[in-house]
Write a protein that binds this ligand. Structure first.
Ligand code: KG4
Ligand code: ZN
Length: 339
């Protein structure tokens, strides 16, 4: 069978990324240009700045992805681009660029859902992984328990009612003045703290066993810190980080295992930026060993936003016959499974 080369483009938030992937699973290049240094000055992503920075660099990033892979646009069978969900102006840069190249080179355009990309990072990491499996998707914008019945077939079994897990990490990091993005900083500091030092509420929703709510634990951290400040007491940032992290990762693990058990799955995968959290990985490993599930998770570079995961998801969409027209638009609140 002929080899299929997909060029992936990702620009939904603050990473401009392009990658070339062969036959869905072999990454020939994975170029990521991060805007973190600019956004951290503001304590979070500024959408208008994000769009402009994507515009400035997207062509360079694509050129680098092609040259690192030793390919030209003439070798590319299709372009896969994230068209939602995400920041509308940021998404538009990737979508418009992909459309222009596809039109000029007369190659197919395949729009990809960002979360489908995150889930697909697992196929790149472990080339033997096949659906069905249960996937815990934990990123800066999303927290979902997704039943992956087949390639391109998804059902959301649980979701957050308020903040995403990564958002909670970022907000708590701001409260204890660690800077942006907070997830990796909390992960690091928590290693020096005691996870049992403070009891923060569990991120649960009464009556919806697989849903999450992170606003309570976030407020509890804020109240704890404000309480200490008012009383003029010192507080231990490492203990706060470790205790907060434990309350979040315990619930994520419990729900992922419960969903996999209820659905009769044998495999659990993790995806999204928070999937690189070391406490979450250890808790998931321990729980999966105990309950007899096979656990999959991508390397940290494939957990956070990248275009290899988009090219991988795009490959399976392409093989299933998905093609988008020149009317493809950025859809900031795109639902998983929508075309
Ligand atoms: O998947 P991602 O790159 O972007 C979205 O699609 O949202 O995820 C970014 C999120 C940020 O909130 C970041 O703080 C969090 O993932 N994150 C982490 C870790 N690394 C990244 N959270 C906890 N622990 C980490 N090690
Ligand atoms: Zn993402």
């Amino acid at each position: 069978m002929k080899d299929i080369f997909i060029l992936g483009i990702e620009s939904s938030c603050d990473e401009t990324a392009a990658a070339v992937v062969k036959n869905g699973r072999e990454v020939l290049s994975n170029v990521i240009s991060s805007q973190i240094d600019i956004h951290k000055l503001y304590g979070g992503v500024v959408p208008e700045i994000a769009s402009r920075k994507h515009m400035e660099i997207v062509n360079q990033v694509i050129d680098e992805a092609l040259s690192t892979a030793g390919k030209t646009l003439d070798d590319i069978d299709a372009i896969a681009v994230t068209y939602g969900p995400g920041l509308v102006g940021a998404l538009l840069v990737g979508v418009a660029t992909a459309k222009a190249i596809c039109w000029a080179k007369d190659i197919p355009l395949v729009g990809v859902h960002h979360i489908e990309g995150h889930i697909s990072a697992n196929y790149i990491e472990d080339k033997t992984l096949e659906p069905p499996f249960m996937c815990l998707v934990v990123s800066g914008g999303h927290t979902h328990l997704v039943k992956v019945s087949d390639y391109g077939q998804y059902e959301i079994l649980g979701r957050t009612r308020d903040d995403a897990a990564g958002e909670a990490f970022d907000k708590v990091a701001r409260v204890i003045e660690l800077g942006y993005p907070g997830g990796p900083k909390i992960d690091k500091l928590a290693k020096e703290g005691n996870p049992e030092a403070i009891t923060f509420p569990k991120a649960k929703v009464n009556g919806a066993d697989l849903d999450f709510s992170f606003s309570g634990v976030k407020t509890a951290v804020l109240n704890y810190v404000n309480g200490c400040k008012m009383k003029g007491e010192n507080y231990n940032k490492a203990d706060i980080a470790a205790s907060f992290q434990k309350s979040v990762t315990d619930v994520l693990t419990e729900h992922a295992v419960a969903a996999a058990k209820a659905g009769g799955f044998t495999k659990i995968a993790m995806a999204g930026g928070v999937a690189s959290n070391s406490a979450l990985r250890s808790a998931m490993k321990a729980a999966c060993e105990k309950e007899g599930f096979e656990l999959y998770y991508p390397s940290p570079i494939l957990c956070t936003d990248n275009a290899a995961m988009i090219a991988c998801a795009g490959y399976y969409e392409y093989m299933a016959g998905t093609r988008h027209g020149w009317d493809l638009n950025a859809v900031p609140n795109l639902k998983l499974g929508e075309r």
